[in-house]
Design a protein around this ligand. Sequence first.
Ligand SMILES: C[S@@+](CC[C@H](N)C(=O)[O-])C[C@H]1O[C@@H](n2cnc3c(N)ncnc32)[C@H](O)[C@@H]1O
Length: 262
Amino acid sequence: MSVPTVLVVVVAVCVLCRCLIPWLVQSNSTLALLWYDVLLEMTLDFLTRTTRPQRLLQAVSINAVRGDPDSVIKAIDHFCKHTEWAMNVGDEKGAILDLVVMETCPSTVLELGTYCGYSTVRITRLLPPATKLITVEMNPEYAHVARQVIQHAGLQDKVCVLEGESADLIPKMANMFGIQAFDFVFLDHWKDHYLPDIRLLEDCGLLAQGSVVLADNVVCPGAPDYLNYVRYNLKYSSRFYQAHLEYTRVLDGLERSEYQGD
Ligand SMILES: C[S@@+](CC[C@H](N)C(=O)[O-])C[C@H]1O[C@@H](n2cnc3c(N)ncnc32)[C@H](O)[C@@H]1O
Protein backbone atom coordinates (compact mmCIF):
# COMPACT_ATOMS: atom_id res chain seq x y z
CA MET A 1 0.00 0.00 0.00
CA SER A 2 1.32 3.47 -0.87
CA VAL A 3 1.86 6.16 1.80
CA PRO A 4 -1.11 8.33 0.59
CA THR A 5 -3.41 5.28 0.75
CA VAL A 6 -2.26 4.49 4.30
CA LEU A 7 -2.88 8.12 5.31
CA VAL A 8 -6.39 8.07 3.83
CA VAL A 9 -7.18 4.83 5.68
CA VAL A 10 -5.85 6.25 9.00
CA VAL A 11 -7.87 9.47 8.62
CA ALA A 12 -11.00 7.48 7.69
CA VAL A 13 -10.64 5.21 10.75
CA CYS A 14 -10.10 8.26 13.01
CA VAL A 15 -13.20 10.05 11.65
CA LEU A 16 -15.21 6.83 12.01
CA CYS A 17 -14.15 6.13 15.61
CA ARG A 18 -14.02 9.68 16.99
CA CYS A 19 -16.97 11.32 15.16
CA LEU A 20 -19.29 9.06 13.18
CA ILE A 21 -19.75 6.09 15.54
CA PRO A 22 -20.05 8.28 18.71
CA TRP A 23 -22.70 10.37 16.90
CA LEU A 24 -24.59 7.24 15.78
CA VAL A 25 -24.61 5.55 19.22
CA GLN A 26 -25.06 8.64 21.44
CA SER A 27 -28.81 8.18 22.03
CA ASN A 28 -29.12 4.39 22.01
CA SER A 29 -28.30 2.64 25.29
CA THR A 30 -27.45 -0.79 23.84
CA LEU A 31 -25.30 0.58 21.03
CA ALA A 32 -23.58 3.11 23.31
CA LEU A 33 -22.62 0.46 25.89
CA LEU A 34 -21.57 -2.01 23.18
CA TRP A 35 -19.37 0.59 21.52
CA TYR A 36 -17.81 2.34 24.55
CA ASP A 37 -17.78 -0.44 27.11
CA VAL A 38 -16.86 -3.38 24.90
CA LEU A 39 -15.51 -2.69 21.38
CA LEU A 40 -13.59 0.55 21.96
CA GLU A 41 -12.13 -0.60 25.28
CA MET A 42 -10.97 -3.95 23.88
CA THR A 43 -9.44 -2.26 20.83
CA LEU A 44 -7.58 0.40 22.85
CA ASP A 45 -6.40 -2.19 25.39
CA PHE A 46 -5.01 -4.27 22.53
CA LEU A 47 -3.39 -1.36 20.67
CA THR A 48 -1.85 0.36 23.72
CA ARG A 49 -1.15 -2.75 25.85
CA THR A 50 -2.64 -0.86 28.79
CA THR A 51 -6.05 -0.96 30.48
CA ARG A 52 -8.68 1.79 30.60
CA PRO A 53 -8.17 2.39 34.35
CA GLN A 54 -4.41 2.75 33.73
CA ARG A 55 -5.07 5.28 30.96
CA LEU A 56 -7.48 7.18 33.21
CA LEU A 57 -4.92 7.22 36.03
CA GLN A 58 -2.30 8.57 33.66
CA ALA A 59 -4.65 11.43 32.69
CA VAL A 60 -5.10 12.22 36.39
CA SER A 61 -1.34 12.12 37.05
CA ILE A 62 -0.65 14.51 34.18
CA ASN A 63 -3.58 16.92 34.45
CA ALA A 64 -4.76 17.04 38.08
CA VAL A 65 -3.17 19.02 40.89
CA ARG A 66 -2.03 16.85 43.83
CA GLY A 67 -4.24 17.36 46.88
CA ASP A 68 -7.01 19.06 44.89
CA PRO A 69 -10.08 16.76 44.57
CA ASP A 70 -11.89 19.14 42.20
CA SER A 71 -9.02 19.06 39.76
CA VAL A 72 -9.03 15.24 39.87
CA ILE A 73 -12.75 15.22 39.04
CA LYS A 74 -12.18 17.76 36.25
CA ALA A 75 -9.29 15.74 34.78
CA ILE A 76 -11.37 12.52 34.73
CA ASP A 77 -14.41 14.23 33.20
CA HIS A 78 -12.22 15.84 30.53
CA PHE A 79 -10.55 12.49 29.73
CA CYS A 80 -13.93 10.72 29.50
CA LYS A 81 -15.54 13.40 27.32
CA HIS A 82 -12.67 14.01 24.94
CA THR A 83 -10.47 10.91 24.95
CA GLU A 84 -12.19 7.79 26.22
CA TRP A 85 -15.57 7.06 27.84
CA ALA A 86 -15.49 5.30 31.24
CA MET A 87 -18.20 4.05 33.59
CA ASN A 88 -17.88 6.75 36.29
CA VAL A 89 -21.11 8.34 37.53
CA GLY A 90 -19.95 11.35 35.45
CA ASP A 91 -20.44 15.10 35.74
CA GLU A 92 -24.21 15.43 35.17
CA LYS A 93 -25.30 12.68 37.59
CA GLY A 94 -22.32 13.63 39.77
CA ALA A 95 -23.90 17.03 40.39
CA ILE A 96 -27.07 15.26 41.62
CA LEU A 97 -24.92 12.96 43.79
CA ASP A 98 -23.26 16.07 45.29
CA LEU A 99 -26.66 17.59 46.13
CA VAL A 100 -27.95 14.43 47.83
CA VAL A 101 -24.71 14.05 49.84
CA MET A 102 -24.84 17.69 50.95
CA GLU A 103 -28.50 17.52 52.02
CA THR A 104 -27.90 14.19 53.86
CA CYS A 105 -24.72 15.44 55.60
CA PRO A 106 -23.75 11.85 56.53
CA SER A 107 -21.43 10.68 59.30
CA THR A 108 -21.15 7.13 57.94
CA VAL A 109 -20.93 6.39 54.20
CA LEU A 110 -20.82 3.18 52.18
CA GLU A 111 -20.20 2.97 48.44
CA LEU A 112 -20.67 -0.28 46.52
CA GLY A 113 -18.68 -0.18 43.24
CA THR A 114 -15.50 1.94 43.37
CA TYR A 115 -14.09 1.42 39.85
CA CYS A 116 -11.34 4.12 39.54
CA GLY A 117 -12.51 6.16 42.52
CA TYR A 118 -14.24 9.02 40.66
CA SER A 119 -17.46 8.96 42.72
CA THR A 120 -15.42 8.19 45.86
CA VAL A 121 -13.51 11.45 45.38
CA ARG A 122 -16.75 13.32 44.55
CA ILE A 123 -18.50 12.14 47.72
CA THR A 124 -15.51 12.31 50.09
CA ARG A 125 -14.60 15.92 49.23
CA LEU A 126 -18.02 16.96 50.59
CA LEU A 127 -17.85 15.06 53.89
CA PRO A 128 -17.23 16.70 57.29
CA PRO A 129 -13.65 16.21 58.61
CA ALA A 130 -14.34 13.25 60.92
CA THR A 131 -16.42 11.27 58.42
CA LYS A 132 -14.91 8.22 56.74
CA LEU A 133 -16.16 6.56 53.56
CA ILE A 134 -15.96 2.80 53.00
CA THR A 135 -15.95 1.77 49.36
CA VAL A 136 -16.17 -1.80 48.06
CA GLU A 137 -14.59 -3.04 44.81
CA MET A 138 -14.33 -6.67 43.71
CA ASN A 139 -11.76 -6.11 40.95
CA PRO A 140 -8.22 -5.84 42.45
CA GLU A 141 -6.84 -3.88 39.47
CA TYR A 142 -9.61 -1.28 39.74
CA ALA A 143 -9.11 -1.06 43.53
CA HIS A 144 -5.36 -0.50 43.00
CA VAL A 145 -6.02 2.36 40.54
CA ALA A 146 -8.73 3.84 42.79
CA ARG A 147 -6.32 4.04 45.74
CA GLN A 148 -3.88 6.02 43.58
CA VAL A 149 -6.62 8.37 42.30
CA ILE A 150 -7.85 8.92 45.89
CA GLN A 151 -4.26 9.53 47.03
CA HIS A 152 -3.74 12.05 44.21
CA ALA A 153 -6.83 13.89 45.46
CA GLY A 154 -5.33 13.91 48.97
CA LEU A 155 -8.30 12.03 50.45
CA GLN A 156 -6.57 8.76 51.43
CA ASP A 157 -7.06 9.34 55.18
CA LYS A 158 -10.83 9.61 54.79
CA VAL A 159 -11.38 6.57 52.55
CA CYS A 160 -11.10 2.83 53.09
CA VAL A 161 -11.07 0.83 49.83
CA LEU A 162 -12.19 -2.73 50.59
CA GLU A 163 -11.41 -5.39 48.00
CA GLY A 164 -14.02 -8.11 47.61
CA GLU A 165 -17.65 -8.92 46.77
CA SER A 166 -20.33 -6.77 48.39
CA ALA A 167 -22.32 -9.85 49.44
CA ASP A 168 -19.31 -11.17 51.40
CA LEU A 169 -18.28 -7.84 52.95
CA ILE A 170 -21.65 -6.31 53.97
CA PRO A 171 -22.24 -8.85 56.78
CA LYS A 172 -18.74 -8.08 58.16
CA MET A 173 -19.10 -4.25 58.19
CA ALA A 174 -20.48 -3.88 61.71
CA ASN A 175 -17.63 -5.89 63.25
CA MET A 176 -14.88 -4.52 61.00
CA PHE A 177 -15.73 -0.84 61.52
CA GLY A 178 -17.94 -0.80 64.60
CA ILE A 179 -20.68 0.79 62.53
CA GLN A 180 -24.29 0.80 63.75
CA ALA A 181 -25.85 1.95 60.47
CA PHE A 182 -24.89 3.92 57.36
CA ASP A 183 -26.36 7.41 56.93
CA PHE A 184 -25.66 7.33 53.20
CA VAL A 185 -25.20 4.41 50.79
CA PHE A 186 -24.26 4.85 47.12
CA LEU A 187 -25.17 1.81 45.00
CA ASP A 188 -23.11 1.76 41.81
CA HIS A 189 -21.95 -1.83 41.34
CA TRP A 190 -23.48 -4.43 38.98
CA LYS A 191 -27.19 -3.71 38.69
CA ASP A 192 -28.46 -7.23 39.48
CA HIS A 193 -26.82 -6.88 42.93
CA TYR A 194 -28.80 -3.77 43.95
CA LEU A 195 -31.85 -5.66 45.23
CA PRO A 196 -30.06 -8.50 47.07
CA ASP A 197 -27.62 -6.01 48.61
CA ILE A 198 -30.21 -3.51 49.88
CA ARG A 199 -32.03 -6.46 51.47
CA LEU A 200 -28.75 -7.64 52.98
CA LEU A 201 -28.09 -4.15 54.38
CA GLU A 202 -31.55 -4.26 55.98
CA ASP A 203 -31.02 -7.78 57.36
CA CYS A 204 -27.64 -6.77 58.84
CA GLY A 205 -29.25 -3.76 60.54
CA LEU A 206 -27.05 -1.36 58.56
CA LEU A 207 -29.95 0.92 57.56
CA ALA A 208 -31.61 3.09 60.22
CA GLN A 209 -34.58 5.43 59.96
CA GLY A 210 -33.43 8.33 57.76
CA SER A 211 -30.63 6.41 56.00
CA VAL A 212 -30.46 7.50 52.36
CA VAL A 213 -29.69 4.99 49.59
CA LEU A 214 -28.85 6.52 46.21
CA ALA A 215 -28.74 4.12 43.24
CA ASP A 216 -27.09 4.98 39.92
CA ASN A 217 -28.01 3.68 36.44
CA VAL A 218 -31.58 2.76 37.35
CA VAL A 219 -32.63 3.38 33.73
CA CYS A 220 -29.47 2.45 31.80
CA PRO A 221 -28.48 -0.37 32.07
CA GLY A 222 -31.44 -0.39 34.51
CA ALA A 223 -32.42 -2.15 37.73
CA PRO A 224 -36.19 -2.83 37.38
CA ASP A 225 -36.49 -5.31 40.27
CA TYR A 226 -34.73 -2.86 42.59
CA LEU A 227 -36.96 0.05 41.51
CA ASN A 228 -40.04 -2.09 42.04
CA TYR A 229 -38.83 -2.93 45.54
CA VAL A 230 -38.03 0.60 46.76
CA ARG A 231 -40.94 2.36 45.02
CA TYR A 232 -43.74 0.07 46.20
CA ASN A 233 -42.54 -0.55 49.73
CA LEU A 234 -43.67 1.23 52.92
CA LYS A 235 -40.12 0.88 54.27
CA TYR A 236 -38.89 3.46 51.73
CA SER A 237 -39.77 6.90 50.50
CA SER A 238 -38.35 7.07 46.99
CA ARG A 239 -37.68 9.77 44.42
CA PHE A 240 -36.30 9.60 40.86
CA TYR A 241 -33.80 12.09 39.39
CA GLN A 242 -33.71 11.99 35.60
CA ALA A 243 -30.38 12.55 33.84
CA HIS A 244 -28.27 10.87 31.15
CA LEU A 245 -25.83 7.99 31.04
CA GLU A 246 -22.39 9.40 31.84
CA TYR A 247 -20.89 11.42 28.99
CA THR A 248 -23.72 10.53 26.51
CA ARG A 249 -27.27 11.58 25.59
CA VAL A 250 -28.77 8.21 26.58
CA LEU A 251 -31.53 8.62 29.20
CA ASP A 252 -30.60 7.42 32.69
CA GLY A 253 -31.23 8.46 36.28
CA LEU A 254 -30.64 8.06 39.99
CA GLU A 255 -33.13 6.79 42.59
CA ARG A 256 -32.96 8.29 46.09
CA SER A 257 -34.64 6.08 48.67
CA GLU A 258 -34.95 7.07 52.31
CA TYR A 259 -35.34 4.20 54.76
CA GLN A 260 -38.37 4.72 57.01
CA GLY A 261 -37.65 1.81 59.37
CA ASP A 262 -39.63 -1.44 59.75
C1 LIG B 1 -20.16 1.50 37.41
S1 LIG B 1 -18.67 1.03 38.14
C2 LIG B 1 -18.54 2.09 39.54
C3 LIG B 1 -18.29 3.52 39.15
C4 LIG B 1 -17.93 4.40 40.33
N1 LIG B 1 -18.94 4.35 41.36
C5 LIG B 1 -17.78 5.84 39.87
O1 LIG B 1 -18.80 6.51 39.64
O2 LIG B 1 -16.66 6.30 39.70
C6 LIG B 1 -19.12 -0.52 38.87
C7 LIG B 1 -18.00 -1.17 39.67
O3 LIG B 1 -18.59 -2.10 40.58
C8 LIG B 1 -17.74 -3.22 40.71
N2 LIG B 1 -18.61 -4.31 41.19
C9 LIG B 1 -19.62 -4.91 40.52
N3 LIG B 1 -20.27 -5.79 41.30
C10 LIG B 1 -19.65 -5.77 42.51
C11 LIG B 1 -19.86 -6.44 43.73
N4 LIG B 1 -20.85 -7.33 43.87
N5 LIG B 1 -19.04 -6.18 44.78
C12 LIG B 1 -18.03 -5.27 44.65
N6 LIG B 1 -17.79 -4.58 43.49
C13 LIG B 1 -18.59 -4.82 42.46
C14 LIG B 1 -17.18 -3.42 39.31
O4 LIG B 1 -15.98 -4.15 39.33
C15 LIG B 1 -17.01 -1.98 38.84
O5 LIG B 1 -15.72 -1.52 39.10
